[in-house]
Design a protein around this ligand. Structure first.
Ligand code: HEM
Length: 472
């Protein structure tokens, strides 16, 4: 979310969007500025190496469990939320919060291993952070991206480099002129085409409900006598510190701890043993990337809006699709057609934009179930010539079986080779220098699943937000 917190239609400049988070995939949301920074030391244990974790509260016969909630403050102290993490947005909902916690646990585990191997204590934090970041980048590069983008395009971009966007390097490190007029020493940023449109494709992947753990699922027959029902998306917001009411005094109830066996396919794709197989009820899968959103995203609660206090919050601003389109208008974002022209790729045809492929049908007659199709001819004409980039990318994905796989189908159904807009925009924040270059997992350890992120929509929520103002 940009730092302005404005919801209305007022224009925002790119400078307004600059904020304090890093645009690199360096897990700065996990580490902040490190344990020696006076502001961020509070996220660390007193050993200044391990990250802090919190304890859950007893519930329905389950004991409190240390290390299964984020560390929290007693109450909000003027800062949003209560979680003691560098980016409070990662505690906006329970799915991302538990994933953030998994990264904390992973870091602490790596610290334990390094300590056990007798490494000098002064090197342990830096070495652990390096290993964790490399694993994170490795997962995104080898697992996440090839799932949502044609693997050939991923390979091409990583092999031949970016053509349309680049991040600046420090003036002292390079004299080379960079892509798109970016100069050494410029402020590193994330392209707004990525944050305001392309990567919001994740909104289409979010489910309305989740088989969350042994209690919140709809297994048949029931595995646990306390089994209740699947978790709703609203539950996941309620059990958070930013959208909900969790505090140090009222932490996450133990019954809400995530069962990651249901969220990631650790056995089939990760090569893990049978004890990590998804229990009865199975895996949650992300929804197809298309122009449809789950119903709950049409009615966001004020707490999940990231709005400034006092901002008007009516029915339409509670609709995430509207918010995405409004945000694009506020920053005067390029349309899908303008982006295609800039990237020198063919554009979707007007008919493809209107009819789609099993997505929202904008040709359908207006009615109760299709209120969005009540366009005038003039509006329809504008829509097919100035298609909002976010919608355009989702449409593009519809014609590629829910993946940004670089093949746009022609009107007659035959595949036409196309570059994919999203990846070209989305690789800006990648820090190739720290990406493991071989297939070998960094450190040679089986820390993570090799492939297979059944529900990987959440994976990149941790650190792919907005632009940055930070010296390189
Ligand atoms: C329940 C799930 C989610 C909810 C309720 C949600 C909600 C929101 C909201 C309210 C905004 C700000 C809208 C505005 O501009 O006014 C936003 C921005 C954004 N969302 Fe989501 N989101 C969810 C999941 C995801 C996922 C899964 C992804 C990607 C995989 C994603 C990517 C983004 C991005 C890139 C932005 C822009 C951030 C920025 O500019 O800093 N979101 N989301």
């Amino acid at each position: 979310m940009d730092k302005t917190g404005r919801l209305g239609g007022e224009k925002i400049t790119v400078d307004d969007l600059l904020q304090g988070r890093s645009p690199s995939l360096d897990l700065d949301c996990l580490y902040g500025l490190g344990p020696s920074d006076p502001q961020d030391a509070r996220f660390y244990e007193s050993d200044e190496v391990r990250l802090r974790m919190g304890i859950t509260s007893a519930d329905s016969g389950m004991a409190p469990l240390q290390g299964f909630d984020l560390a929290r403050r007693a109450s909000s102290t003027g800062e949003p939320g209560t979680a003691l993490i560098p980016d409070h947005r990662n505690d906006e909902n329970l799915a991302v919060a538990q994933l953030h916690l998994a990264f904390i646990r992973f870091h602490n585990r790596v610290v334990g291993e390094l300590t056990g191997q007798g490494n000098p204590s002064v090197t342990i934090f830096d070495e652990a952070r390096k290993q964790v970041v490399m694993h994170y980048q490795w997962m995104l590069r080898r697992d996440y991206l090839p799932r949502i983008v044609d693997p050939n395009i991923v390979e091409d971009v990583f092999t031949n480099g970016r053509k349309f966007f680049d991040v600046p390097v420090c003036a002292s490190n390079s004299t080379t002129s960079r892509v798109g007029g970016v100069q050494p020493g410029d402020t590193p940023t994330m392209p707004i085409e990525f944050s305001v449109a392309a990567f919001r494709l994740g909104h289409s992947m979010v489910r309305a409900g989740y088989q969350w753990n042994s209690i919140f699922n709809n297994d048949d027959p029931p595995g646990d006598p306390r089994r209740f029902r699947p978790a709703t998306l609203q539950d996941l917001f309620d059990f958070s510190g930013t959208s909900g009411s969790l505090t140090e005094i009222q932490p996450l109830p133990s019954v809400w701890i995530a069962d990651f066996r249901r969220l990631f396919d650790l056995v089939r794709d990760g090569g893990a043993g049978p004890d990590l197989a998804p229990p009865a009820g199975g895996l949650n899968f992300a929804r197809r990337i298309d122009t449809r959103l789950g119903n709950p995203l049409g009615e966001l609660a004020p707490g999940s809006s990231a709005a400034e206090p006092g901002q008007p919050f009516d029915r339409i601003t509670a609709n995430l699709a509207f918010r995405n389109l409004m945000r694009a208008d506020m920053v005067t974002l390029a349309s899908g057609q303008q982006a295609a022209e800039h990237l020198e790729v063919g554009a979707l045809s007007p008919e493809q934009i209107l009819a789609g492929d099993n997505g929202v049908d904008l040709n359908a007659p207006a009615g109760k179930r299709n209120p969005d199709s009540a366009f005038t001819d003039e509006e329809r004409e504008r829509l097919v010539t100035h298609t909002p980039l976010w919608f355009y990318i989702l449409r593009e994905s519809e014609f590629n079986r829910g993946q940004l796989n670089g093949e746009k189908l022609d009107a007659d159904g035959s595949p036409a080779s196309e570059a994919v807009l999203s990846l070209r925009f989305s690789t800006g924040p990648w820090k190739g220098a720290t990406t493991p270059s071989s297939e070998t997992r960094p450190g040679g350890r089986n820390w993570v699943a090799r492939r297979g992120t059944a529900n990987s929509a959440w994976l990149t929520c941790c650190s792919t937000r907005s632009t940055v103002k930070r010296p390189c």
